[in-house]
Design a protein around this ligand. Structure first.
Ligand SMILES: [Zn+2]
Ligand SMILES: [Zn+2]
Length: 249
């Protein structure tokens, strides 16, 4: 199906419609050989709460953005090269159903589809695109992933010292290595994680000790890859981490 559509007029037209919906702030999306596989609204688990985002799956990239006007206008475009993507199913829990993790070296997050069928369609298509790309390039799947951030609402106290209570003054921070919500004193150190940033990034003391004693490389994860959602508590939306790239998202 992919190859048949690659040079079709319909495919080119669909891609230019997506391009136009993002307007001048978006990247050009029309390149030879690129195919739009599918699109739809997914709920992205952002730092503060789950939010609807429009996703577009191409054969080589995954694009998403905020919905300004459904099917007409999107902004805040993000482009993820599929070659480095790994996905993992998430078990249903409470209101958060039909989800999976999208993991990349620079950023990892959870998304949720409206139905189980949609979820399996998305996951199958993404996996197919990734494996096609890897078999074409001869590369091996990426095993280096940024931590999935634990949402703010999951932690009322620091997940490392278990003591510091979060307040408007004592704000939440995220360790870039394990994704835990931690207090300032537990995350004063910085460490260079080249896949995430050219500058040293905030990490918790626990991860710092492991990284600096060489017990863990910058590529390994400080916690198991299994990621579960605990039942939602009322949103404890008191903090604004200045180093949160998702804060405006
Ligand atoms: Zn702490
Ligand atoms: Zn950590």
């Amino acid at each position: 199906m992919v190859d048949r559509l690659a040079n079709s007029e319909a495919n080119t037209r669909r891609i230019s419609i997506v391009e136009n919906c993002f307007g001048a702030a978006g990247q050009p999306l029309t390149i030879p050989g690129r195919v739009l596989i599918g699109e739809g609204v997914l709920t992205k688990l952002c730092r503060k709460k789950p939010k609807a985002r429009q996703f577009f799956l191409f054969n080589d990239i995954l694009v998403y953005g905020n919905i300004v006007i459904q099917k007409k206008k999107y902004n805040k475009q993000h482009i993820i090269p599929l070659e480095n993507v790994t996905i993992d199913s998430i078990q249903d829990e409470g209101d958060l159903r039909n989800g999976w993790l999208i993991k990349t070296p620079t950023k990892s997050f959870a998304v949720y589809a409206a139905t189980a069928t949609e979820k399996s369609e998305w996951m199958n298509h993404i996996n197919k695109c990734v494996s096609d790309l890897l078999s074409k390039s001869g590369k091996t799947p990426s095993n280096e992933h940024a931590a999935v951030w634990v949402p703010d609402s999951e932690a009322t106290v620091c997940m490392r010292c278990q003591k510091a209570k979060f307040t408007p003054v004592n704000r939440r921070h995220h360790c870039r290595k394990c994704g835990f919500v931690v207090c300032g004193p537990c995350s004063e150190k910085r460490f260079l994680l080249p896949s995430q940033s050219s500058k040293p990034v905030r990490i918790c003391d626990f991860c710092y000790d492991l990284l600096s004693t060489g017990e863990m490389t910058a590529c390994q994860s400080a916690r198991s890859d299994s990621y579960s959602q605990s039942p939602k508590s009322p949103l404890n939306d008191v903090s604004d981490d200045d180093d949160d790239e998702d804060s405006s998202d």
